[in-house]
Design a protein around this ligand. Sequence first.
Ligand SMILES: [Zn+2]
Length: 448
Amino acid sequence: MKLLYTLFIFLLINTVQAQQTITRDPFITGMLEEVSAANLEQSVRKLVSFHTRHTLSDTLSKTRGIGAARSWIKAEFERYNKDNGNKLQVQYDSFVQPADGRRILEPVVLKNVVAILPGTAPADKRMLMVCGHYDSRVTDVMNSKDFAPGANDDASGVAGVLELARIMSNETFQTTIVFVAMVGEEQGLYGAAHLAKKARDEGWDVHLLLNNDMIGNSYGMETDLKDNSRVRIFSEGVPAAETKEQASLRQATGGENDGNARQAARYIKETGEKYVDHLEVKLVYRKDRFLRGGDHTPFSAQGFTAVRITEMNEDFNRQHQDIRTENGFKFGDLPEYVDYTYLQKITRLNLAVLANLGLAPAPPQYPVLITSTLTNKTALKWTAPGGKAPAGYYILIRETTSPFWEKKFFVAETSAEIPYSKDNYLFGLQAVDAAGHESLIVVPKPGK
Ligand SMILES: [Zn+2]
């Protein structure tokens, strides 16, 4: 009896602790409702209709090949622009990709398709970027002729980006949002590498890049796993572009799990699960799948915060496969195998993150963890960001062994002292406005 009673109290405490107050911004939920599975399916099927979107395929035909595909994507962005009050800047990001002796045998003109929704705060130079890749392939990566539908890889990602541009370009955000359909992913991430280098050379402030590559498959055939309620976020740990000073600070503070991409991944989990029903955002602490890469990789290499968003289960009978039937089984990345309501959920996840960040104040500036005296309390200070004024700040705390933030203290001032030792906990800081839009998380640096 006593044991049962103890168990009951234990369950009660745990239930109470598990309760969370969720307040969704009706403006954002309104946009989420606009994300249409039917539109997403239409875009995927249209992209498949170009027969192949291989990077080296035909550029002259109006109906087949990569040239027709990129014209259609550009025309779609232009259509949203016209319908939504001409706020989008639609353009090709064209460049000559030299031969690499491997997957590009002679120089070729490649074009990313870009639509920019300028932010309304001129002083706020931050850019939020979201991308998918529109090129496709079959088994032989050099085959530019055969039917390469690429419905899930990655018409799903491009369809998501188009739907986000359609909905978001009808609204205004203080931060600039950039929608991109990348080229050349399958040949060696060439479109993303070009755009990431251009962003670095031209001093763009890329605050976050969300790379959506394969976001529509909910069935893993080999393992017979059906999963339309989870999605993976891959984030790098030790930053690829880390300087010597950053490396020694990381080693001195145990910051190997607290790089910008990890913080962004935690942010995506919190925001996505707050706004999208029946979606668990699973964080994988690895820059991409085992030994693999994607269009976020060149952005990480240039020092930007970039993550990959991908379905929970990949289906290798569909990915990069020649379209064929063997022993009654149909191989190939065909549109009938895409789960469009799952794709809708992942598009909503992107929208929730972009909208929250697009409306949030910038993160706290010059965050310092004060180390002038030895104490078991932790004193923090920072400066208010320019642009939209925050209503206050969150101090985030977690155990050093915990993957996620565990406690969140609200303070209205730009300094605080809390009774948790910096020897035993990790700390982060966020700015938040009165409506609850939170900035990305910054880690305070030791200082005076
Ligand atoms: Zn892909």
